[in-house]
Design a protein around this ligand. Structure first.
Ligand code: HEM
Ligand code: HEM
Length: 336
């Protein structure tokens, strides 16, 4: 806790030092994207496991609150990616360290240069949507829909603390011996963070380009609209049919969008949750119980998301699922 307070106060006090700001922004943007990822992978799995609920989740994404969040998300991903490249570059070229300050400024500039046209295009989609006089979920409904996640978060934290307590009892004094092996695995994770970030970059930019620039979040439920990357049309105008069209597309017998999403899922979950572990263990280093609980929380989170995400990717979205999506859409539109 003390180190968290120090992080915040030092970042604010240390005005003018761009290195400190870029470190804080990198951390904040990474955490923001991890939080979004948790909600997003759970939501997406509903397209297979609970089609009606998926329709509601996408309706929430199309509310003003999420539209603001969407702009923040894109900004976070772009800044984090460029700043991540800067970190990787200087890790492998330490003799150029004296240019750090300049590089941090270039990262900020590059982020603004990329975001300007992207935001304009995204804003165009927002305007088109509101010009079509849509039915938008009220804020209370959107917030209520997010409440379902709260018990899950609390359960994961409680489970992590219990596991950590049990671990402490079983390991007893054997923890010191484990630290040698620990430092070996830390070296692995250090390299993994760097290699994974280079692989994630094209995948996540491609995904965002498809979902925000080529088509907007609103086009996911536009009836008669093309489903990006498939050559098909969304006949029912349901989010379920959108995902079905993409995941069922075969090119040379390969479900290309499923393979793409699998690579994205595996890399961002491992990179994001290991990053979350760095952050949480930084602030819990004073307490072995909380430190271990942080590690367990990240492991539980990563395994749950991978199981859900892979389960959905291996699942089937058939006509019945689309009909359930249509029924949910009608319910949403009929609601006062
Ligand atoms: C608001 C922004 C976003 C929208 C509207 C969006 C939309 C979608 C949609 C419709 C799918 C279903 C599959 C498909 O059609 O390919 C999907 C899957 C996925 N998205 Fe996104 N996406 C967004 C941002 C992101 C970001 C920032 C990440 C990574 C950090 C991400 C990671 C994934 C993953 C891993 C899957 C596969 C999930 C699974 O296996 O169940 N998405 N996304
Ligand atoms: C788009 C390409 C990306 C690049 C180039 C990138 C790069 C990096 C780098 C170099 C680090 C520092 C690793 C270390 O300190 O050992 C890092 C940390 C982190 N990344 Fe990423 N990353 C990317 C995408 C993502 C995504 C999609 C997420 C979330 C799902 C994420 C979440 C995090 C978190 C939480 C940290 C820890 C931050 C900290 O320790 O302060 N990153 N990233």
């Amino acid at each position: 806790m003390t180190s968290l307070v120090i992080t915040v106060t030092e970042t604010l006090r240390y005005r003018g030092a761009i290195g400190q700001w870029s470190w804080a922004l990198h951390r904040l943007s990474g955490l923001g994207v991890v939080l979004f990822l948790v909600l997003h992978v759970i939501d997406t799995s509903w397209a297979v496991f609970w089609p009606g609920l998926y329709e509601e989740a996408i309706a929430s994404y199309q509310s003003p609150l999420f539209t603001i969040g969407e702009f923040g998300l894109v900004a976070a991903v772009v800044y984090h990616a460029f700043n991540g490249l800067r970190i990787v570059f200087f890790d492998y070229k330490p003799h150029l360290w004296r240019h750090q300050q300049r590089a941090a400024q270039i990262v900020l500039l590059a982020t603004l240069v990329v975001l300007a046209p992207v935001f304009l295009l995204m804003f165009g989609h927002v305007l088109d949507f509101y010009r079509s006089a849509p039915q938008v979920l009220p804020l209370t409904e959107v917030l209520r829909a997010q409440l379902v996640f709260l018990p899950g978060f609390i359960a994961a934290i409680v489970a992590a603390v219990i596991l950590s307590g049990l671990h402490g009892l079983v390991a007893g004094g054997g923890e010191a011996a484990a630290s040698v092996q620990g430092s070996r695995s830390e070296r692995f994770w250090w390299s993994f963070m760097r290699v994974s970030s280079l692989l994630i970059l094209p995948l996540v930019f491609g995904h965002l380009g498809v979902m925000h620039v080529l088509q907007g979040v609103f086009d996911i439920t536009a009836q008669g609209h093309d489903v990006v990357g498939t050559g098909l049309v969304n006949e029912s105008g349901t989010a379920v049919e959108f995902v079905a069209a993409r995941w069922n597309l075969l090119v040379g017998g390969v479900a290309v969008w499923r393979v793409y999403d699998f690579a994205l899922l595996a890399l961002v979950v491992a990179h994001g949750f290991n990053g979350l572990r760095y952050v949480l263990t930084d602030y819990t280093s004073h307490s072995p119980l909380l430190r271990r609980a942080s590690v367990y929380l990240c492991m539980l989170g990563a395994v749950t998301l991978l199981l859900l995400g892979v389960g959905a990717l291996l699942g089937t979205i058939d006509e019945t699922a689309i009909e359930m999506g249509v029924a949910a859409m009608e319910r949403l539109h009929a609601a006062p």
